[in-house]
Design a protein around this ligand. Structure first.
Ligand SMILES: [Zn+2]
Length: 289
């Protein structure tokens, strides 16, 4: 009797493992783009399943419901990208879903900007050291991986206005090439209220940074960070949990800026992502591309 029960159990396990897990993407995965991944498996109830995933062999986190935000950097090499998700159920039984996508090369604009030399270069060692310190403080937030997940509902536009700077543009400043623009610039009057595009925790309040002015970074969990620069005022404090839609600050022209605008940047586990290509914003009418 015991033997037949065991055999039945084994057969059931085989039947379960034969059915593969599935994964869905909310949009095509491209350079500088973040998409929702939704995985499902049939080997147990949601709280019995443990999820793990890799993108080209690099692990990414999933929620207990099998959801993740995956992204490719603006300069990710074109070619084949392999996404693999593993569900581990009761008794260690696994189901795997694999997807191979071919990533093309995105064309970015080239922007020629002429500014007085004093606004472009740093005049002394003190300023150079200050910029280095402030840049490191910002970069440190891009390394954070812990924190409550706030991106699941998707993103909304923080402010509307004219796009005075697009994502990925190659900036030639006074004839010299600079780093590509890793965000979008939305020109809108000083004092315009900036609501949080998604729920998140305040992980950086940078007061009057030399280049980026009043600077704020929100942590949306799983290494998803959004950055706001040149703010006139910051209305939230370090460590504060900000629900989607709550005011985080107001638009300004602090730091090195030629007029009131919001610089909005997005990082997904260190990958530079076009904020206009975050889930929820793909169909935004004000998208510059
Ligand atoms: Zn900008």
């Amino acid at each position: 009797m015991i033997r037949s029960v065991c055999l039945l159990w084994l057969l059931l396990q085989l039947a379960v493992t034969a059915e593969a897990a599935t994964l869905k993407l909310s949009a095509p995965l491209e350079q500088g783009t973040a998409v929702f991944l939704n995985a499902s498996a049939s080997l147990g109830t949601p709280d019995e399943i443990k999820w793990s995933g890799t993108l080209n062999g690099i692990p990414f986190p999933l929620t207990s419901d099998g959801e993740a935000l995956i992204a490719l950097d603006m300069e990710a090499p074109p070619g084949k990208v392999t996404i693999e998700v593993t569900a581990t159920g009761p008794h260690g039984v696994k189901e795997v879903a694999t997807r191979v996508v071919t990533v093309g090369k995105r064309t970015y604009q080239e922007e020629h900007v002429t500014l007085p030399e004093g606004q472009v270069t740093l005049s002394n060692k003190e300023d150079e050291e200050r910029v280095q310190r402030e840049t490191e403080a910002i970069k440190a937030t891009f390394k954070i991986r812990e924190g409550k997940v706030g991106f699941i509902e998707g993103f909304r536009l923080p402010v509307t206005g004219r796009f005075s700077g697009v994502f990925g543009s190659r900036r030639i400043l006074n004839g010299k090439p600079r780093r590509p623009h890793n965000g979008v610039d939305i020109a809108t009057p000083k004092g315009t209220v900036v609501p949080a595009p998604a729920s998140g925790m305040v992980v950086l309040v940078g007061n009057d940074y030399l280049l980026t002015g009043n600077t704020l970074v929100l942590n949306h969990g799983h290494g998803v960070m959004t950055l706001y620069a040149h703010l006139d005022s910051i209305n939230v404090a370090m460590g504060q949990w900000v629900p989607k839609g709550q005011t985080i600050g107001t638009v300004g022209t602090t730091g090195r800026s030629t007029g009131p605008h919001l610089h909005w940047g997005t990082m997904v586990r260190g990958q530079r992502v076009d904020p206009m290509r975050l889930p929820g914003l793909e169909k935004s009418e004000t998208s510059p591309q």
